[in-house]
Design a binder for this molecule. Structure first.
Ligand code: ADP
Ligand code: MG
Length: 707
């Protein structure tokens, strides 16, 4: 073939295949610079991003419910025409109400929206709409309450009517119909350019469907089964790359050289004697695991899981001792100042004057004056401090160790991989112990943390009283407060916790502060009440905490700042308000603040769960106090997506019929990843895999590179 012909051929190839990960969404028909900006809010920059931008849910508009068949208490999707409308402010509380009558061929239904006055500009009489929402009985008639709405015009009926319709997460200024049209267009014109990034041998072995078809089915599914299959295919892709990185990381770690600690004979027994209590056998087992790792030249990277209060800190301190006895330094990083201080005090208490010689312990927090901080920096750099406890302040650039050999990261999920890596980088491949009180279900642990060794403390110290959990609805609150007052008068202390949800933080904060004021004048007039929340100046928060710890306060009204750490054994009552607004694991975490003494403890969940999941969460908490069981439940309710947190792909929000089926996908992906990486650790034969990791999963790559 003549040269020029070959050129043409190659060029044609270039033209017809487009790298969608380089092709800005801006150049799609109907987008342009302004819309491209909006897309950025959604994390969509390229056409590839758009194709991987999946619906948060679907509406089956192939069989809409006729209006005359609506029943109260259920959620429906209906379609009809706006027959009448009216927007106004209510007289006494100034709330805005927008009302409309919507009718189909047979019947009509009343609809209301609160505080959305702009609806008057959107919804007009004579228009055809699709509504999705809950039907309730109000004053003897059915009404749809604040339904999601969509105006339907003739031209988009093929995408928005008579089929399973995708509902996307939106940003202000962008509508469902626009997105649907755009995605459909991109699928029509660019589906041929979608590259299957999974190696073909894996595709074959796992009988995976073609990627383009799966993406199309996730946007516009033919039916539920097809959607589920497509979901499996996409999940496999995500999990596969995650696993590749996890395994690479593990191999990377294994090659590093750290410090091999010498273990003085009999050190375990002497360590155990520092405490007034006997260690549980689970604690001893983990101590041995840590000792083994620290003795080894290969740097330790160990995840220590255990429920709140099971005694992880004690075990972590053993590593500090080994480091100290080898003339090295250690660091403990905690997510809050309060927790850092608590660790600091524990260290002083047990090691301040022990038979091991004087261990020099320092607390580094952001409250230190510059002069003191500089002095401390210098002492750390000279090796005049043996253990440094602190918050994020520990990873500041100025902090330099002389010989850091052991690092503890408490509540690791509060820190990013980067922060953990930064702290480790202050030593030469130090041994690292990360601790978490949010247990990861056993079924998920290997697949999620295959790059870490895992230790588990699954045993509570002896002599801890049981925690009983009860649920009361909001209306019963007065009775609950009365009982709390009685219990507290007898000498115990209580927490009353309010949720803070980010988007309405100001409002939520008001709940805690208002109730604090209210309690002081009413239910708890004769008791000493304190308030603590995230906006309180640090010094003030510390004082309140201090007072509570010393039992100079009886009741602590608080937001979720309480979540981690706090150890006040005499506090044995907890009331969690609006419990339905917390996640299961978070509720469990909160509850772990009580039941820390031999007395039994009581946790009361106040709230009115609206959803099935909400009810399940409450039930799960009442039934068990075992963190691992709770985590399994949470997995069942929310699916494994929550552990990945890649909101930009919308994967978390996919409607997965049975999230547990995804576990099999996870395991299959792990198996395949192991095969690939084992035979080709540098992925030389898999340039697309390598490329995809760089482009699409930079956060995974970070994890590989972080030490
Ligand atoms: P975690 O860090 O797992 O939440 P901590 O290590 O802070 O738990 O321990 C919680 C409390 O239990 C502390 O007051 C600690 O002194 C105490 N503790 C730890 N281990 C035991 C044990 N084996 N027996 C009795 N009390 C213990
Ligand atoms: Mg702890």
């Amino acid at each position: 073939m003549p040269e020029s012909n070959l050129d043409t051929l190659l060029n044609i190839k270039k033209l017809s295949f487009m790298d969608l990960s380089q092709y800005s969404v801006q150049y799609l028909k109907g987008v342009g610079p302004a819309r491209a900006k909006l897309f950025e809010n959604l994390g969509v920059r390229t056409v590839e991003d758009l194709l991987y931008f999946f619906p948060r849910r679907y509406e089956d508009r192939s069989k809409l419910t006729p209006i005359d068949q609506l029943k109260p208490g259920e959620v429906y999707t209906i379609s009809g025409e706006i027959l009448d409308k009216d927007g106004r402010r209510t007289f006494y509380n100034k709330k805005h109400v927008f009302e409309a009558e919507v009718g189909d061929d047979q019947s009509r239904v009343h609809c209301v929206w609160f505080n959305q006055p702009y609806l008057d500009n959107y919804l007009h009489v004579g228009e055809k709409v699709v509504l999705h929402g809950r039907v309730d009985m109000f004053k003897g008639r059915l009404q749809l309450i604040s339904p999601e709405y969509e105006i339907i015009s003739k031209e988009d009926e093929t995408l928005s009517m008579g089929r399973i319709v995708p509902i996307y997460p939106l940003t202000k200024g962008m509508g469902q119909r626009y997105l649907r049209k755009l995605v459909a267009g991109a699928l029509e014109h660019r589906a041929k350019d979608i590259v299957d990034v999974i190696p073909s041998i894996v595709l074959e072995r796992q009988h995976l469907r073609p990627i383009a078809q799966s993406i199309a089915q996730l946007h516009f599914p033919d039916n539920e089964a097809a959607q589920e299959q497509a979901n499996t295919r996409i999940s496999f892709e995500e999990f596969f790359f995650f696993q590749i990185c996890v395994i690479l990381r593990r191999m990377n770690m294994a090659q590093k050289k750290g410090f091999a600690h010498k273990i003085p004979p009999g050190v375990d027994a002497r360590f155990v004697q520092l405490f007034s209590f006997a260690l549980t056998s689970a604690q001893k087992k983990v101590m041995a695991e840590i000792r083994g790792d620290m003795e080894n030249k290969r740097p330790m990277l160990r995840l220590l899981q255990g429920d709140v209060g099971c005694g992880k800190t004690v075990v972590a301190l053993f590593g500090c001792l080994l480091s100290f006895l080898n003339g090295k330094q250690s660091a403990i990083m905690a997510p809050t100042e309060i927790l850092a201080e608590q660790h600091f005090r524990t260290l002083i208490k047990h090691f301040g004057r022990s038979s091991f010689g004087k261990m020099r312990v320092a607390l580094l927090n952001s409250a230190l004056k510059k002069k003191d901080r500089d002095a401390l920096y210098e002492a750390i750099a000279k090796g005049e401090v043996d253990v440094v406890v602190g918050t994020h302040a520990l990873i500041e650039e100025g902090v330099k160790f002389k010989a850091l050999s052991y690092v503890v990261v408490d509540e690791q999920h509060k820190f990013g991989v980067k922060q953990r890596a930064l702290l480790s980088s202050k030593g030469q491949n130090p041994d690292v112990l990360v601790m978490t009180a949010t247990p990861i279900p056993r079924t998920l642990c290997l697949t999620l943390y295959g790059d870490l060794d895992v230790s588990i403390i699954d045993e509570k110290p002896k002599g801890r009283g049981a925690i009983k959990t009860y649920h009361f609805v909001g209306e019963q609150a007065d009775g609950v407060y009365k009982r709390v007052a009685e219990w507290v008068s007898k000498g115990t202390q209580a927490y009353i916790v309010y949720p803070i949800i980010e988007e309405s933080e100001a409002l939520d904060l008001k709940a805690a502060t208002d109730m604090y004021a209210h309690f002081q004048k009413n239910e708890f007039k004769k008791l000493r009440v304190g308030l603590i929340h995230g906006r309180l100046p640090r010094e003030e928060a510390r004082q309140v905490m201090d007072k509570f710890q010393k039992h100079e306060l009886d009741i602590l009204v608080t937001t979720t700042v309480l979540e981690v750490g706090i150890d006040v054994p005499n506090a044995n009552v907890m009331v969690i308000e609006h419990a339905e607004r917390f996640g299961l694991s978070q509720l469990h975490q909160l509850r772990g603040r009580i039941g820390r003494s031999e007395k039994s403890a009581i946790c009361i969940l106040l709230g009115d769960p609206q959803t099935e999941d909400g009810k399940k969460r409450v039930d799960a908490l009442i039934k068990t106090t075992n963190g691992f069981k709770i985590a399994e439940q949470d997995l069942e309710i929310r699916g494994p997506g929550q552990y990945f947190g890649r909101h930009q792909h919308g994967l978390n929000e996919l409607k997965v019929v049975n999230p547990l089926t995804q576990l099999h996908v996870l395991e299959a992906a792990r198996k395949e990843a192991i095969v690939i990486v084992k035979e080709d650790p540098l992925l030389k034969a898999y340039p697309i895999v390598r490329d995809t990791i760089h482009k699409r999963y930079p956060e995974y790559l970070e994890r590989v590179l972080a030490g």
